[in-house]
Ligand binder design. Structure first.
Ligand SMILES: C[S@@+](CC[C@H](N)C(=O)[O-])C[C@H]1O[C@@H](n2cnc3c(N)ncnc32)[C@H](O)[C@@H]1O
Length: 473
């Protein structure tokens, strides 16, 4: 981040009366709009379960924040949300009460201060004074004194020194160490460690990648725009997908092809899993494709464009009406319906290719949703697992014998990936698992197969999982 020591300094000068300096400690608190906005986002996430990435653009627009101020507000809010697991451990050491006994509005102000102190280039005095002012204006005088006392203690060490104090010894408690050092809940750390195959260094690399801001990847929908056109608008061709380009800076909405609805923002792994489904050779007919959990329409957009080029037809379905409406907007020629995939509204065996992009924990996209890791409940894994099994079973029934099904999750959790596929194949039968990696030749490091697992730390994509199954008679 750029480091914004100017705003508090400027504000502090404005706060004093001309020609008079106030006695130390009697300074009038300064309202700093980027920090105030970051704070409002944290409160909305806590109080109203707001989604940070959806609310932030609205807050910035309402407050007229742009450029450096908008970047600062976003970085402070997202960085604080990602890091708060580690920050709370540090606050616990620096406070006379545990974080869970600190009033939540005050705790959020302190977390924002800790983030500035330990993870940005904001000078310590500016980080402390801006947070104390924020606490005073938004919470109260007593709260600001408490924040001041805690932050002065936090400021005595840098981030690495604090980690050496608060993170458990890895030799005694590896998961606890990684969880605190990379600010992830323990259960997610453990699940991700299992999913990468147990290697501590690779687990650490994955957790660190979750804390990075993801770049913007665009898709040029085939037949409607080209990667060359995106490159002309400032993007660079992507590593893997023939339809992708990375946008290093700027608003994707300002790219003409995106503004005209001929291209869109889409993670590269999302493009590749849909593409892999279309690459599996079929004997006999290849006319009808189904996207069974299509909303909001990212993968359906690509399948629809490919289907049109190859004279196929796509039916895209989602259980929720408003999600199906988004699919309708993302596609041109696909039929779009609202239907529960577990009780199909179509004839069994009707489709040559079926995509089931199942509802999941989203543990593969933690980089995109800064607060998501704290919201997910481990109890959701078995609940989702049941639905995932029913959807995959139904997808297999929807494919004709010899047809192919892609089972996709945006989670690498083994209980949502391998376990689901292996259970369904064992119990239901009538399916052969293909080596998905064979249809993604351009990508290395997808795992030992037969599945394909993308990773943020290896591929720079979301941790998307793909299984390809052929329906047997
Ligand atoms: C992971 S999202 C799909 C993302 C989408 N394929 C894309 O690329 O944009 C899962 C979707 O499944 C839908 N869903 C949940 N339960 C369903 C069910 N029983 N039948 C059909 N769709 C369902 C959700 O509404 C959600 O839109």
């Amino acid at each position: 981040m750029t480091g914004d020591d100017a705003a508090p300094g400027r504000g502090a000068a404005r706060g004093g009366r001309r020609g008079q300096s106030r006695p130390a400690g009697k300074r009038r608190p300064v309202r700093d709009e980027p920090r105030n906005t970051a704070y409002d986002l944290l409160r909305a996430v806590d109080e109203r379960d707001a989604y940070a990435n959806l609310l932030m653009p609205t807050l910035l627009r309402e407050r007229g924040l742009a450029g450096r101020d908008a970047a600062l507000a976003t970085e402070l809010a997202y960085g604080t949300l990602r890091g708060l697991g580690t920050y709370d451990e540090i606050i616990a050491v620096c406070s006379d009460r545990p974080p869970e006994r600190i009033d939540p509005p005050l705790l959020d102000a302190i977390r924002l201060g800790v983030h500035q102190l330990l993870r940005t280039r904001v000078p310590s005095h500016a980080a402390v004074s801006a947070t104390v002012d924020l606490a005073r204006l938004r919470v109260g005088v007593g709260a600001s004194k408490f924040a001041n006392a805690v932050l002065r203690k936090v400021a005595t060490r840098d981030y690495d020194r604090w980690l050496a104090i608060v993170a458990p010894d890895p030799a005694q408690d590896l998961i606890g160490h990684l969880a605190v050092a990379h600010s992830h809940p323990r259960w997610i750390t453990s699940a991700l460690r299992d999913a990468v195959g147990g290697d501590p260094e690779e687990t650490a690399a994955l957790l660190a990648a979750d804390n990075e801001r993801p770049g913007v990847t665009l898709i040029a929908w085939p037949g409607r725009s080209t990667v060359g056109e995106l490159v002309e608008a400032g993007a660079v061709p992507a590593r893997y997908s023939p339809y992708a380009a990375y946008l290093p800076e700027g608003d994707p909405g300002a790219v003409p092809a995106v503004a005209e609805g001929r291209a869109a923002v889409q993670d590269e792994a999302s493009q590749l899993v849909a593409l892999a489904l279309t690459r599996v050779p079929l004997e006999g007919d290849d006319r009808l494709w189904l996207d069974m959990c299509a909303g909001p329409g990212g993968k359906a957009g690509l399948l629809d464009a490919l289907a049109l080029q190859e004279d196929r037809h796509l039916l895209a379905s989602d259980q929720r009406f408003h999600r199906a409406r988004l699919v309708w907007r993302a596609t041109r020629t696909a039929g779009v319906i609202t239907a529960d995939g577990t009780t199909p509204a179509w004839r069994a065996g009707a489709f040559d290719r079926v995509l089931v992009d199942a509802p999941c924990t989203g543990l593969g996209a933690l980089r995109r949703r800064p607060e998501a890791r704290w919201r997910r409940d481990p109890a959701s894994v078995p609940e989702l697992g049941d639905l995932q099994r029913r959807l995959l079973g139904s997808a297999l029934s929807s494919a004709r014998p010899g047809g192919v099904v892609a089972y996709v999750t945006c989670s690498p959790h083994l209980a949502e990936t391998r376990a689901v596929v292996e259970d369904v194949v064992r119990r239901r039968g009538g399916a052969e698992v293909l080596d998905a990696r064979a249809f993604l030749d351009e990508v290395d490091g997808l795992g030992e197969g037969p599945y394909a697992q993308f990773w943020p730390h290896r591929h720079g994509t979301d941790a998307m999982f793909l299984a390809l199954l052929r329906r047997t008679p």
